[in-house]
Design a binder for this molecule. Sequence first.
Ligand code: IPD
Ligand code: CA
Ligand code: CA
Ligand code: CA
Length: 267
Amino acid sequence: DQPDTPHAELLRVALEAAERAGALLRDERPASLGVAATKTSPIDVVTEMDLASEKLIAAHLAEHRPDDGILGEEGASTTGTSGVRWIVDPIDGTVNYLYGRQDWAVSIAAELHGERIVGVVSSPPRGQVHHAVLGGGAWLNGERLRCRPSPELGQALVGTGFAYVQERKEVQARLFAELLPHVRDIRRSGSAALDLCDVAAGRLDAFYERGTQAWDHAAGDLIAREAGALTGGRVGEIGGPELMVAASPGVFERLQPLLDELGAWHD
Ligand code: IPD
Ligand code: CA
Ligand code: CA
Ligand code: CA
């Protein structure tokens, strides 16, 4: 056997961790699953399964990559010494998971000295494991992903999401209403990581959202870019009202300035 290259080893560890966490979430979801705690607002929720998934992923990483750092949504964060940092969303789409809906995923990305090099977004209910390695393309269940050839903006199917922050809802609603007449239609799946994979796979032409966090978009952003999409906004910053945009190139070119014009960057 050839020894693993560093990227291949990180990909292997990410795929294993996502597979194990995905199986736990699929097989062990309590019938009476409830909200364990709320975070920034009463609708920003966490369940015991978010915590169990993050714990499993952190333990897997600690076992196989003890010198790496971790940034986890639910607080499993450590500083490492190797230059590798993992960015973990143990369930992206918690509200869907809570309601027994399908659109949820485990999202795991690895960065080396601050550069994102590996991304895995695995959704057991969809039967979809997406992954990308920087420079190595984007893949879904072993098939190469390519974003859709760009239609006119008026024919574009656009995904979006709304941060679970009460004070932002009016601005989000206004932007939604002002954008809708310019595009074919708008979808809100409830998982930013899967929205980005949908752009990668041509299941959407574009995605935008205000205020996503690194764990929401780190893996999906790399997967979308490796599938030929353009991504922009303020990718990679944590907190704040940044706007994330991902789209096939021709749609990106038109959507980004339009969102600007509609004041999407401002509260
Ligand atoms: C959320 C989902 C949702 C997006 C929110 C995120 P979570 O992540 O990605 O689609 O609109 O902004 O917070 O809380 O389910 O991991
Ligand atoms: Ca959350
Ligand atoms: Ca998330
Ligand atoms: Ca989450």
